[in-house]
Ligand binder design. Structure first.
Ligand code: COA
Length: 431
């Protein structure tokens, strides 16, 4: 038996025993999104009566986030680097915090000890013959956190797909908790007529041979429905989901035209159903790397014809994009939106697309607005934005004056709001 196998056995421990090593005042980083280790998080929450002021750092929380529920305030303070469905209320009520930062910058916050990591809780696959475990569906900030944490606790889970790219050796992990359990899944979104119309418009901007980045949700999935006729698409994306599997199986995604990592699907995390997890498991063409690499605009820009597709809550008539706040309420975060918009700008013939429904709240609110809501943040600046797409068409803002931008954006607003927007634009001196 080689050394790592002996070492592996000596590090095996129950979740409750492993989590006893968390101290009051520690900063605990939890593996991202569907990579969250449910058993370890549960064991941490069970220690609530004994712990005080433990900071829990996480991005898209896909689990129940019990640490952010009312009554947990004294034990845990959640620091959200992106606000998700299960943490939104806690942030809104002031029981949790939101820290703005580009996804690509998070590893730097950890490594440079701006946010020093005491403990990381993550999932890994069982080790290979050389003692290396895969990070499965979350390399992003999980790998960098594991590199610099005081204590690394890993749930070893046979359900976790073994993906290529980032890996960690058993010797770099302090405690191993064997627990096989199905991964958290992201169900495919409902795609309605509006999303289909947006998807069709976006697909018109995607040429054969393009390398795609897609965000999460109904719009990116709707776009994929209209790509069946394309050829040799590639994926270099923050994440991808089940929709990409269908395109890969249809031979539309080949990754052949990429300049870096030709032939490979590159991502930093994955969210989907078991269909996706089975597709990526031991697939030699799928590689996950940490987010400071995958989302680095200089890396993204090395591929030609990069198309980034992200969504937004509002776009104002100058082209400023709010993708994260509804009024003063922090709804989500910047994530990798700006990383990829800047990467697409650097790419030869690259295009960045903000795709959003023209209205919200059952058609009562226009998302193309004269001014962003009072208190809302600018996620993507007017200098960075390229294309804005709604179900009514495409506004190409590149190289356009403020006057031309306002005209282009009004032309893709819901017709019911165009007159009002035009009047506001005149009052603001934009027209
Ligand atoms: N005013 C009031 N309410 C609004 C609104 C507005 N301008 N815009 C949206 N809403 C409401 C919607 O009606 C919806 O409410 P409902 O759930 O009651 O129907 C809710 O807010 C969510 O809007 P929706 O458009 O359905 O959100 P989504 O799930 O498609 O996500 C973003 C859109 C912008 C929030 C999401 O893409 C995001 O967080 N982006 C930023 C990060 C990013 O792009 N990362 C890169 C890739 S991961």
């Amino acid at each position: 038996m080689s050394n790592w196998r002996t070492s592996y056995k000596s590090k095996l421990i129950s979740a409750a025993e492993a989590l006893k090593n968390v101290k009051s005042g520690d900063r605990v980083v939890i593996g991202h999104a569907c990579g969250e280790p449910p058993t370890l998080v549960e064991a941490l929450v069970a220690r609530a009566p004994e712990l005080r002021d433990v900071e829990i750092v996480h991005m898209v929380a896909m689990g129940p986030a019990k640490y952010a529920q009312p009554g947990m305030e004294k034990s845990f303070r959640h620091n959200a680097l992106f606000v998700g469905a299960t943490t939104r209320k806690a942030v809104e009520e002031g029981r949790a915090d939101y820290t703005p930062c580009f996804f690509s910058e998070i590893p730097r916050l950890f490594r440079q000890k701006i946010l020093p990591v005491d403990v990381v809780l993550m999932q890994v696959t069982p080790p290979d013959d050389d003692g290396y475990c895969s990070f499965g569906v979350s390399a992003d900030y999980t790998q960098p956190a594991a590199e610099c944490a005081r204590l690394v606790i890993a749930q070893v889970n046979r359900y976790l797909p073994r993906t290529g790219g980032a890996k960690i050796h058993v010797e770099q992990i302090d405690y191993l908790v064997e627990k096989d359990e199905p991964l958290i899944e992201l169900r495919p979104p409902q795609i309605g007529d509006v999303e289909r119309a947006i998807g069709e418009n976006v697909a018109r901007l995607i040429d054969d041979g393009a390398t795609l980045q897609m965000g999460i949700g109904a719009i990116p999935d709707a776009v994929l429905l209209f790509l069946q006729g394309k050829k040799d698409l590639g994926i270099h994306s923050e994440m991808f989901s089940d929709g990409v599997v269908a395109l890969a199986e249809a031979g539309v995604v080949t990754n052949r035209k990429k300049n870096i990592h030709p032939g490979k699907f590159i991502a930093t995390f994955l969210m989907g159903t078991r269909r996706l997890y089975d597709f990526v498991d031991n697939n030699p063409d799928v590689e996950l790397y940490s987010v400071d690499y995958v989302n680095d605009p200089y890396i993204i820009g090395q591929n030609d014809n990069v198309v980034s597709i992200n969504s937004a809550l509002q776009v104002d008539l100058m082209g400023q994009v709010n993708a994260e706040m509804i009024g003063r309420r922090q709804f989500s975060g910047v994530g990798g939106q700006v990383d990829f918009i800047r990467g697409a700008s650097r790419s030869k013939n690259g295009k960045s697309i903000i795709a959003l429904p023209a209205t919200a709240a059952k058609g009562t609110v226009s998302r193309i607005v004269a001014q962003l809501d009072c208190g809302a943040a600018v996620t993507t600046s007017r200098n960075d934005v390229h294309f804005v797409v709604t179900e009514y068409g495409i506004a190409d803002l590149r190289g356009k004056s403020l006057r031309a931008r306002a005209q282009a954006l009004i032309s893709i607003a819901d017709p019911a709001f165009r007159e009002q927007l035009t009047q506001q634009a005149y009052q603001m001196g934009l027209l």
